[in-house]
Design a protein around this ligand. Structure first.
Ligand code: GNR
Ligand code: NI
Length: 165
């Protein structure tokens, strides 16, 4: 396994729309192992392939306290069950390091995805998983947490991150 380099905002490669996975082979398993190692090494709760410059529809996640429940979502999609119930959460992003921002999202969704064998799965998640999966699917669409903020806030974050190096 190996730790991969994470792209940071405003790297234009984070704006790439990821392509669906068609081959459920060994190299897909290796990618998810490397992504999990990368996520754990950065203490993240999720990681989208886009963030490691692989433009395929692959997400890894572990929202457990003990950090021993790795999950893999291939070709994930969600449908909003109801827009009536919204949830505001202070989100962080490994591609926007050092910033936490409150973001409001629908919290009743139907989630569909495939596992590493290509089996189709479906669930109605709750709580943190609902927030995290929407955050990660945004990455696969080239969308970032900062896109939910005002232009002023986004520009401030961009300036600070540009000055960092
Ligand atoms: O580690 C992460 N924490 C987090 C907290 C609240 C909402 C979403 C997240 S995902 C983030 C890791 C990351 O950047 N995934 O893309
Ligand atoms: Ni993120």
């Amino acid at each position: 396994m190996s730790v991969m380099k994470i792209l940071t905002f405003p790297d234009p490669r984070l704006r790439t729309v990821a392509a669906p996975v068609e081959k459920f082979d060994k190299s897909l398993k290796k990618l998810t192992d490397d992504m999990l190692e990368t996520m754990y090494s950065e203490n993240g709760i999720g990681l989208a392939a886009t963030q490691v410059n692989v433009h395929k529809r692959v997400i890894v996640m572990d929202i457990s306290e003990e950090r021993n429940e790795p999950r893999v979502f291939i070709n994930p999609e969600f449908e909003i069950k109801s827009n009536k119930s919204l949830y505001t959460f202070s989100e962080g992003c490994l591609s926007v390091p050092g910033f936490n921002e409150e973001i409001t999202r629908p919290d009743q969704i139907i989630l569909k995805w495939q596992n590493l064998d290509g089996d189709n799965l479906e669930d109605e998640p709750e709580g943190l998983l609902t927030v995290c999966i929407q955050h990660e699917i945004d990455h696969l669409e080239g969308k970032l947490m900062v896109d939910y903020l005002s232009t002023l806030k986004r520009d401030r974050i961009r300036n600070k991150l540009n000055k960092r190096i």
